[in-house]
Write a protein of this length. Structure first.
Length: 133
């Protein structure tokens, strides 16, 4: 997974390996935990761990991991799509946990941010329309 601390493969590639059954989620989580231990200031390791927890249905863990990761990670530039994916995953986890007000605030922020890529911004807008409709 990591050739050196701080190196991350795109989340889409890692998720594809897990989905295809070629990388067990526990193995990926352990590798991400090692990366997090090597570079504890990096927001990307906990963000990826939160995305993995969300994908595995561990919603409370996902919400807890993603919150500080999203606060620390840059939301602009080359990582904007990964940040937005994390934000949508956290909003989904919050909604499914019944924490609707927190999810609504995150979705509003995501939908209003002009630096958010168009696809996740649209997903956030549609989710808000369903919540507020």
């Amino acid at each position: 997974l990591a050739a050196e601390p701080g190196f991350l493969r795109p989340w889409s590639e890692l998720r594809a390996l897990v989905t295809a059954g070629r990388l067990p989620p526990a193995t990926l989580d352990a590798a991400l935990a090692r990366g997090e231990a090597r570079s504890p200031g990096s927001p990307w390791w906990p963000l990826y761990r939160g995305l993995l927890a969300h994908g595995e249905g561990r919603l409370a863990e996902a919400a807890d991991r993603l919150s500080p990761a999203l606060a620390a990670a840059p939301r602009r530039g080359p990582w904007a799509a990964t940040w937005a994916e994390g934000a949508l995953a956290r909003a989904d986890a919050l909604l499914r946990l019944g924490r609707v007000d927190e999810a609504r605030a995150l979705l509003r922020d995501l939908a209003a941010d002009r630096f958010t890529p168009p696809a996740p911004r649209e997903v956030a807008s549609q989710a808000l329309a369903r919540l507020d409709g």
